[in-house]
Design a binder for this molecule. Structure first.
Ligand code: A3P
Length: 324
């Protein structure tokens, strides 16, 4: 990674840019056709789904309490996995309690809302007692101020951008509320230029990384969790002030493994209707691997991506791994 590789990057960019224009036209057509796919609108320059923007004021004004825990990620970094691990730690591995409700009810999605605004992360959180576990994809500068004023703990999970964009692409194919993904090539260009929902992956991972020592942020990596889940679950438990016995630790690792979560209706998003998640396009629990990007990037895309990645990450060398 980050060696000098020759790429005709300008050609790549202009080709993908013209494709991107066609893709946004396609996304507009999707709305006219009566599908629920939404456009993105900026909040402080960060593209967010229309419904998030529409109800933004109440997100901004959300009152966190000091016992709340925020799980923050760029989309597709392993949010649900982290949530499941945290819930198991907090409930001491009690399977019944961890299956009390689907993920989005147990640990609401802070900024997300239904199109009519009635069912929202905020409204779910308002009727829950702290300590609440809250999911967000917001970049650090958009996290409501009350989280920092209250001194809340934050777990941030980062995933290498190649696997992230592959996962996001398949997610946007199946999630019919997301903008039309277009072709893989168009999608990759949008990812690299920060045009996807929740903005630039590069700025997102850097934002939390730079603040991790100033705020109570545990920064973890998807690849580390895959490589050694026992080690990472211990780190998370320590951050939460919990001590786990060896048998409890093994139990939690087993219950939060990809194979177990994929079969768990309270953790695999199977409660989301087919009219929103088109499972003929892709699964939510798709592969859960490190390195699936090798099945998607061609040599030219990979070279362009590496050059771009090295340039954008030069000012903030985060130890991101693309293989384990
Ligand atoms: P893939 O699409 O690569 O399979 P998020 O929860 O942030 O939306 O991330 C979803 C991604 O995390 C998907 O990646 C999903 O399969 C993966 N994932 C979820 N639970 C996992 C687990 N227990 N182990 C490994 N990967 C998991």
């Amino acid at each position: 990674m980050c060696t000098n590789q020759y790429t005709d990057y300008k050609t790549h960019l202009s080709r993908a840019r013209s494709a991107s224009v066609q893709s946004s036209q396609a996304s507009y057509k999707g709305k006219m056709d009566g599908t629920t796919r939404e456009a993105l609108f900026p909040i402080q320059g960060i593209p967010l789904p229309e419904r998030v923007v529409k109800y933004w004021a109440r997100v901004e004004q959300f009152q966190a309490s000091k016992e709340d825990l925020l799980i923050a990620t760029y989309p597709k970094a392993g949010t649900t996995w982290t949530q499941e691990v945290v819930d198991h730690i907090q409930n001491e591995g009690d399977v019944g309690r961890c299956r009390r409700a689907p993920t989005q009810e147990r640990m609401p999605f802070l900024e997300m809302t239904s199109p009519d605004g009635l069912s929202a992360g905020i409204t779910k959180l308002e009727v829950m007692d702290p300590p609440r576990v809250i999911k967000t994809h917001l970049p650090i500068q958009l996290v409501p101020r009350s989280f920092w004023e209250a001194g809340c703990k934050v777990i941030y999970m980062a995933r290498n951008p190649k696997d992230t964009v592959v996962s996001y692409y398949h997610f946007d194919r199946m999630n019919l509320t997301q903008p039309e993904p277009g072709t893989w090539q168009q999608y990759l260009e949008k990812f690299m230029t920060g045009q996807l929902g929740w903005g630039s992956w590069y700025d997102h991972v850097k934002g939390y990384w730079r603040e991790r020592q100033n705020k109570k942020i545990l920064y973890i990596f998807f690849e580390d969790m895959k490589e050694d889940p026992v080690r990472e679950v211990i780190r998370i438990a320590q951050f939460l002030g919990k001590q786990l016995s060896k048998s409890m630790l093994d139990h939690i690792v087993q219950m939060t493994a990809f194979s177990a979560m994929r079969e768990n209706p309270m953790a695999n998003y199977s409660t989301i209707p087919d009219t929103i998640f088109d499972r003929t396009a892709s699964e939510f629990m798709r592969k859960g691997e490190v390195g699936d990007w090798k099945n998607h990037f061609n040599a030219e895309e990979d070279a362009a991506f590496e050059e771009h990645y090295c340039r954008l990450m030069a000012d903030c060398p985060i130890p991101i791994r693309f293989t384990v």
